[in-house]
Design a protein around this ligand. Structure first.
Ligand code: AIQ
Length: 373
């Protein structure tokens, strides 16, 4: 019996990679940006609009969905794809990261993590086994091991403890996953900013064997150069024939730098959250539409954009929607920002195919400062 989810590498340019993940629910072109749909929705957007921005896959969140509406309820309703009417691939995180950042009274033991809901204080336990069960109930296509993500900087001993616990949880996650053929299980590399710990984590995950390898424990407040150093050290330790997913990243500059260092998949709440806060991503850089200087500006955001929404509305109108907190403002800017992120990774894919990623990266960055914002 063969695994139904496979990764094909089609081109490389330095460390940058162009590939494709084939799944029963559709293909994922890499490098890929995955919009985040925490509560079963990419906020302020219809699922078909998310697809139209160019997304092949989106993220769901085990922590939030297990609390509300509950994994068993979603399963009874046909799974997350049916529930939210998104027929394409979904990746779900294992929940540990959100427990540590959102829940109250959480406690980490060898068995797993116990915590109280941030909504009503009710008690829950999340073990590697229960997390796999929840992600399977959600009918997710790519599921993540339960891990412990610690902040940076952290003490060496703390980084080692969390990395070793995450490795033991990786092994239990793999056992609980029980080699399901129609789903993929990714391991998560931990180890803080210590190259030895990171290498030990990668080696441990490889010996267990996963369908893909995530780099966790980054985008937790460290400077960009620390993230880039860790990536440069760790991607060579990962299998070339499996996807690499940098969790929680990031801004466009982070994504270009991580593609340059061998990363294939990204997710971040930033483009949608920034949209809801009035920030528009364009090829000139970020425009803060809350700023009063846009009040009388009749120009569209970018008349050369392939996205009609960047051409049809004036900056003055977008400023008005943002200032009045009109729902349409969040809708338009979420669509604009996700479209920009998809244009960015689509451009990267073409550039890698054409062995011109360095030029693409440089000219994209140059555009961020050139235009008048
Ligand atoms: N920065 C960062 C972000 C996330 C959330 S990714 C996500 N979940 C839901 C949406 N997006 C992480 N998740 C896990 N499991 N481990 C990590 O180390 C980690 C690190």
């Amino acid at each position: 019996m063969t695994k139904q989810i496979t990764f094909t590498l089609s081109a490389t340019d330095g460390m940058a990679r162009r590939g494709r993940i084939d799944t029963p629910r559709g293909d994922i072109q890499t490098p890929a940006f995955m919009p985040v749909g925490t509560l079963g929705t990419v906020k302020a957007m219809y699922p078909e609009e998310v697809r139209e921005t160019g997304a092949d896959i989106l993220l769901g969140n085990t922590y939030h969905l297990m609390l509300r509406p509950g994994a068993e309820r979603v399963a009874k309703l046909g799974g997350l794809h049916v529930f939210m009417d998104w027929p394409r691939p979904i990746l779900t995180d294992s929940g540990g990261f959100q427990v540590m950042s959102l829940s109250k009274l959480r406690k980490i033991t060898e068995k797993g993590v116990t915590f109280r809901s941030h909504l009503d204080g009710s008690p829950y336990e999340l073990s590697p086994e229960r997390s796999i069960e929840i992600q399977t109930l959600l009918d997710s296509d790519i599921i993540m091991q339960l891990d412990e993500c610690i902040p940076l900087p952290s003490e060496q001993k703390e980084m080692e403890r969390a990395m070793e616990l995450s490795l033991r949880w990786a092994d239990r996650s793999k056992t609980a996953f029980n080699n399901q053929l129609n789903r993929a299980l990714f391991g998560i590399v931990q180890g803080g900013d210590d190259a030895q710990l990171r290498a030990r984590s990668a080696a441990g995950l490889r010996s267990i064997g996963f369908d893909g390898y995530a780099v966790g424990g980054l985008a937790v407040g460290e400077p960009q150069e620390v993230m880039f150093r860790v990536l440069s050290e760790i991607t060579p330790e990962l299998p070339t024939d499996r996807p690499r997913y940098l969790m929680g990243v990031g801004k466009p500059d982070d994504i270009l730098g991580a593609i340059e260092r061998g990363i294939d998949m990204f997710d971040c709440v930033h483009p949608t959250r920034a949209g809801r806060h009035g920030h528009a991503y364009t090829r000139f850089g970020v425009i803060n539409l809350k700023n009063a200087r846009h009040k009388d500006d009749p120009r569209p955001l970018d008349e050369a954009s392939p996205n009609p929404n960047c051409r049809r509305f004036s900056r003055a109108y977008l400023h008005h929607l943002v200032k009045t907190e009109e729902i349409l403002g969040a809708m338009i800017l979420s669509q604009i920002n996700l479209s920009y992120y998809q244009e960015l990774v689509a451009g990267a894919r073409a550039a890698i195919e054409g062995a011109r990623f360095e030029d693409f990266s440089a000219s994209t960055r140059a555009g961020w400062t050139a235009g008048d914002l």
